[in-house]
Design a protein around this ligand. Structure first.
Ligand SMILES: Cc1cc2nc3c(=O)[nH]c(=O)nc-3n(C[C@H](O)[C@H](O)[C@H](O)COP(=O)(O)OP(=O)(O)OC[C@H]3O[C@@H](n4cnc5c(N)ncnc54)[C@H](O)[C@@H]3O)c2cc1C
Length: 434
């Protein structure tokens, strides 16, 4: 049996681990076009700020790779012939498969304005991109960052840490408005401004102009021009679908797969950022684009490739990130498109943040501590925890395990109540009675 995996990201690598845990004899071939193989993409932000060295991004030792007994091929897959169960590679070597996993991830949506191909207009997808940005980031020079989500913020902080003057362009009237509420956005913006970042709201690039092939500035839609030495952007990502599309695999926004991560060709699987996975609970096919789901999907795909028949069950989204130096955990559904009967409540600084016996304290000493809960009829639907992280672990469990909170619902919704205390008491009681 030959298992072939396209993509050396976390989804592909987890599939190798799963296959090898069940099949010691089968041949596993992993193909990837990233010259650095498997490493942590979330860690790239910390390479930009200088908090991490490149080498700390690589989570596996040589011995760990050797134990998994797989063939690693540095190449680009250019096509899939499903009839012959074979792949076309850019180096022209022939390769057949019995079971195939497509784990090709997603890439940054390019800027399409005139001048976007000038030297010094850069994205952040991979380690080579991070190195390219660092090469261009010169102390005292000016950078423009374009984009509204986490990656754009990471670019802003990375360039700031390298001594650049940073102008951050936002399309709307506040930061990350589809996930954060207004106060959360303003907290992040105020911290950025304190660090010296110049924020520009309602600002969109119309054209990038250059000098001798290098970026020199931008013209905005409102006619304003700004000079700069570097532009970095993160305006969204899109799954890398080309080889799946040309092989006539069913695709929507990602490659469509069932709960066993199988495409419409049952010997071809997809997982990670490239896959649009069927979620039996909501009955919808969704893109996840996060590290943990990619790892879980890759592992489930690997088990199914060896015939385990294990459905992938989507877990509640849980993302710990750092927004302008403030540790922030985002759990479950917190953005737009929630049900009508979900009530949002938030409490900030005046809360008493109590010690929890089994809490993980990721970082202490924040000047801002805030929690926002999305309260459904009987369950918590989502939460945003900024600053002190003592509540994030119990909230994740309460949300993920759909623990019935009707006994505290009315209390939570009262204006005068300290919701941190209510959650702590509820969780302590739950632990002693469960
Ligand atoms: C800067 C940055 C910060 C991030 N921060 C976070 C975070 O804080 N938290 C979080 O949860 N997620 C974060 N993410 C997202 C997370 O990294 C991804 O969800 C995850 O890496 C997806 O894994 P994957 O294996 O599906 O794809 P990828 O990691 O993208 O791997 C796909 C691999 O396939 C290769 N490939 C593609 N096409 C071909 C081909 N035709 N032939 C051969 N090889 C091919 C690519 O080169 C790549 O190496 C971040 C991503 C970036 C870029």
């Amino acid at each position: 049996m030959r298992y072939v995996i396209i993509g050396t990201g976390v989804a592909g690598f987890s599939a190798v681990e799963a296959i090898r845990s069940e099949d010691r004899a089968g041949e596993i071939v992993m193909i990837g076009d990233d010259p650095h193989g498997y490493y942590s993409r979330p860690g790239l932000a910390y390479v930009l700020t200088g908090e991490l060295q490149d080498k700390t991004l690589f989570p596996k030792t040589r011995e760990a790779y050797a134990r998994l007994k797989f063939i690693y091929k540095k190449a680009r897959v250019t096509g899939i012939n499903r009839q012959h169960k074979s792949l076309m590679l850019d180096d022209k070597t022939p390769l057949t498969y019995d079971k195939l996993l497509i784990a090709t991830g997603a890439s940054a949506i390019p800027l399409t304005v005139p001048g976007a191909n000038l030297q010094g207009v850069l994205k952040l997808d991979d380690l080579e991109d991070a190195r390219g940005i660092l090469k261009h980031a010169k102390r005292g020079r000016t950078a423009i960052v374009v984009g509204g989500g986490i990656t754009a913020l990471e670019l802003t902080e990375g360039l700031l840490a390298r001594g650049m003057k940073v102008h951050y362009l936002l399309r709307g009237n506040r930061y990350w408005s589809n996930v954060l509420d207004e106060q959360e956005s303003r907290i992040v913006e105020a911290r950025l401004q304190e660090e010296g970042v110049q924020l520009h709201f309602h600002s969109e690039v119309q054209e990038i102009f250059g000098k001798s092939g290098k970026v020199a500035g931008v013209r905005l839609l409102n006619g304003q021009t700004m000079k700069c030495d570097l532009i970095t952007y993160a305006v969204g990502i899109k799954p890398r679908l080309d080889i799946a599309r040309t092989a006539d695999l069913a695709c929507d926004r990602g490659i469509l797969v069932n709960e066993f991560l199988q495409t419409n060709d049952l010997d071809v699987y997809a997982a990670g950022d490239v896959a649009q996975v069927y979620d039996p609970i909501s009955g919808r096919s969704v893109l996840d684009s996060l590290w943990s789901p990619a790892r879980e999907q890759g592992y489930a795909a690997g088990l199914n490739m060896v015939g385990q028949g294990k459905p992938y069950v989507k877990t509640v989204p849980f993302n710990v990130t750092r927004l302008a130096g403030l540790t922030t955990t985002i759990i479950g559904a917190v953005g737009h498109g929630r049900d009508e009967d979900v009530v949002g409540i938030a409490r900030g600084d005046s809360e008493t943040w109590r010690q929890l016996p089994d809490a993980i304290v990721a970082q202490g000493g924040f000047d801002i501590n805030r929690v926002r809960l999305l309260v459904g009829q009987d369950h918590l639907i989502g939460a945003v925890v900024m600053g002190n992280q003592k509540l994030s672990m119990p909230l994740q469990k309460i949300i993920a395990q759909k623990i019935n909170i009707s006994s505290i619902r009315d209390k939570l919704l009262r204006k005068d109540v300290k919701i941190a205390d209510v959650i702590v008491d509820f969780w302590s009681h739950h632990l002693t009675t469960a």
